[in-house]
Design a protein around this ligand. Sequence first.
Ligand SMILES: *[C@@H]1O[C@H](CO)[C@@H](O)[C@H](O)[C@H]1NC(C)=O
Ligand SMILES: *[C@@H]1O[C@H](CO)[C@@H](O)[C@H](O)[C@H]1NC(C)=O
Ligand SMILES: CC(=O)N[C@H]1CO[C@H](CO)[C@@H](O)[C@@H]1O
Ligand SMILES: CC(=O)N[C@H]1CO[C@H](CO)[C@@H](O)[C@@H]1O
Length: 467
Amino acid sequence: MSIISTLKNILEGHLYAGSDPALKLILITILICILLLGSYMTKKKSCGVYLIDFACYKPPDAQKVTKQTCIENLKHMGVYSEEMMRFMRKVLDKSGIGDTTYVPEVFLKKDCDPCMKDARREIEMSVFGSIDMLLAKTGVRCEDIGILIVNCCVYNTMPSLSSMIVNKYKLRDNIISYNVVGMGCSAGLRAIGLAEKLLQVHHDSYALVMSTEGVTESCYLGDVRSKLLANGIFRVGGAAILLSNRPSDHHNCKYKLIHTVHTNGSSSDDAYKCIFQEEDEAGRRGIEITKDLLKVESTVIKSNVTTLGHLTLPLSEKLKYLTNTIARKLRPTANIRPYIPNYSKSVQLFLPHVGGKPLLDELQKNLGFDDTAMEAARMTLYRFGNTSSSSIWFELAYAEAKGRVGKGNRIWQIAFGLGFKCTSVVWHAMRTVGVDEMNPWTSEITEFPVDVDCGDGPLPVFFEPSE
Ligand SMILES: *[C@@H]1O[C@H](CO)[C@@H](O)[C@H](O)[C@H]1NC(C)=O
Ligand SMILES: *[C@@H]1O[C@H](CO)[C@@H](O)[C@H](O)[C@H]1NC(C)=O
Ligand SMILES: CC(=O)N[C@H]1CO[C@H](CO)[C@@H](O)[C@@H]1O
Ligand SMILES: CC(=O)N[C@H]1CO[C@H](CO)[C@@H](O)[C@@H]1O
């Protein structure tokens, strides 16, 4: 600003002095150029949102369980009938989950009776574990963090999780903090979208996004099948992500945010009710997952993906899609198959929320991705289970550990969950990402991919009505 005002003084001096008109013209042109450049630079500064780094929480080995132990622990609780146990086993066998996922400490005790203290302990471990690692990785100072967003669906307490973090790390007094609850697996990417909006108006800031889930409190102790599903596949996990819009971070970040697309399906009753927390007839609280889920999900995801396709697909793919659509309209009887645009032409990595195996199969079929593209999601489901909103970060860590992130690659994360909501985020890799000791996969990456055999047969045994 001071350069501009000095220049203005000189200019005005000349103008009033009534000097050479050619000189006046030159000076005015220079002034206009500087103003344009200035406004261009401030505009550019406020637009870029960079991801400096992220950290995924890997719980202690003592919390690792096999599917068998999982079933036995549930049996020990003594609240489920034999038939329910058989159902749980079937769900686990078909879920695509392996024998190395993590459950909260309290579930490993003999007489497990989870209380608030256990739920808090679970959350503190994953939240502080992720943030400690992120601070160590990035070297960012706590007092430089200006924005904090925490998302956790089930666990909600007072004071909020965001206060818990501010208190533990003594973050600054004027921090802008939000606590997102009850928004399911897509909330992590919603939080990224919210951080993006905030960073557009708060210049020169760091934003910390913490995505986690409380498993302890989502445990259902009744005998309604559609509520029991939740017990089977939720697992402990968390991820902390550091975003920045500081121009100096342009050179030391991993990714740049290029698109966020949010879709809200909650105005439809089916979508609103498809995952629902309520009490059963005996008054035991649980999360009901209805058979509408797969249908609702494909509708909402489809509309989100269509929007994203418009934003990212190359012209050639759009033209193919258009000609196919017209051909199908003109000759409805000819049974022409709908054209699935080749998304691999616009993104190199596809990282969908893990959900469960049936959901991943459905996505792969509808979007036409090959097995390599789906590998990160399937391996994350196998190794860590459904960790809700943090799962997409375990997938990105998988791709990094495999050396699959090259400079200039585009990465598509898509998460969906209750509400029903869906969010897509596209990142641009600013550099080729190398091996990193704090990546949760580093020590075991050579063992992957593994063959996940779930047997054939109908997929969702999930939604059979209870007898
Ligand atoms: C999709 O595009 C990618 C990259 O251009 C290419 O390698 C792949 O073979 C294409 N897939 C299909 C089914 O055409
Ligand atoms: C995955 O877990 C989250 C919560 O942890 C849950 O809301 C969601 O329904 C799960 N996904 C599936 C497919 O069950
Ligand atoms: C289509 C639509 O209404 N999208 C909105 C969904 O909600 C997010 C915020 O969570 C908005 O940013 C979207 O515009
Ligand atoms: C931000 C954005 O483009 N959101 C789109 C997501 O998909 C819905 C359809 O459900 C569009 O209406 C939104 O505009």
